[in-house]
Design a protein around this ligand. Structure first.
Ligand code: ADP
Ligand code: ADP
Length: 240
């Protein structure tokens, strides 16, 4: 069974007074296999982030099904969702705004372990240190604060935090879009290495065709709230 299966996903937002409904996603189907990276590409406003937020159940869909590891999470309550939160984590574009500025990097990375009551302080510290090493940061980074790091280093921290629970699915929403092109390549290579080592699946959201060509095993193209094409990287980017 696929790690993620989305069927007929619809998400409408209530607009501001008098502006009517925003039809952000209008009936999307997609699936992601074990260890696969699905690139979701499309212009700004086409509904990519909304799909990511529904898949991680940071928001509830208006209609349709989202099956994570075979379980339909689309209408689950907070309580029912709690165990499944171990299996999906989101990495956002701007690590600076999603990393608490007053928390040391080691505690940021260990955060999901604390939230899910895994191990004691010592064990959590050890697992955070191991993740920092895996993402290529020196051990002393654990005692630093987010503002002391570069954008690329912060995105490495965001990846370490996302993976510390060993989730089955990572939703990466424009994870390199705020970085210089040379730094982008190092983060994308890191993501591919980590995927090989740890075997997670990934929904990779980007507006950038060259980024999706680099990381996507399969690619879904979005336009106005719908997927207009799905293809393998080879099919989509065949250079004759
Ligand atoms: P993308 O990620 O492709 O840029 P989004 O999913 O962020 O697209 O947005 C899709 C549409 O939904 C856009 O028109 C956007 O303005 C609208 N939208 C996104 N979030 C909200 C929200 N919380 N409330 C109202 N409209 C929203
Ligand atoms: P809480 O409401 O428990 O204080 P948050 O508001 O930070 O926590 O998050 C709400 C839920 O979303 C939590 O269950 C948390 O596990 C989950 N969550 C928070 N951040 C992420 C993320 N980046 N990826 C996936 N799930 C997240």
């Amino acid at each position: 069974t696929p790690v993620l299966e989305v069927e007929g996903l619809v998400k409408h937002y209530r607009g501001r007074a008098g502006t009517g409904t925003v039809r952000a996603v209008n009936g999307v189907d997609l699936s992601i296999g074990r260890g696969e990276i699905l690139g979701l590409v499309g212009e700004s406003g086409s509904g990519k982030s909304t799909i990511g937020r529904c898949v991680a159940r940071l928001t509830a869909p208006t209609a349709g099904r989202v099956r994570l590891l075979g379980q339909d999470i689309s209408a689950m309550s907070r309580r029912e969702l709690r165990p499944l939160r171990r299996d999906v984590h989101v990495v956002f574009q701007d690590a600076y705004s999603s990393l608490n500025p007053r928390t040391k990097i080691g505690d940021i990375v260990a955060g999901p372990l604390r939230q899910h009551r895994e191990g004691d302080v010592r064990e959590r510290r050890g697992r955070a240190a191991e993740m920092l090493e895996r993402v290529g940061l020196p051990a002393r980074t654990a005692t630093r604060y987010p503002h002391e790091l570069s954008g690329g280093q912060r995105q490495r921290v965001a990846l370490a935090r996302a993976l510390v629970m060993r989730p089955r699915l990572v939703v990466a929403d424009e994870p390199v879009s705020a970085l210089d092109v040379s730094v982008q390549a190092s983060i994308l290579n890191l993501l591919l290495d980590l995927r090989s080592d740890l075997g997670f699946s990934c929904l990779f959201i980007t507006h950038d065709l060259s980024v999706v060509e680099f990381v996507g095993d399969r690619i879904a193209v979005m336009y106005l709230g719908g997927i207009v094409e799905t293809a393998t990287r080879q099919e989509l980017f065949a250079h004759p």
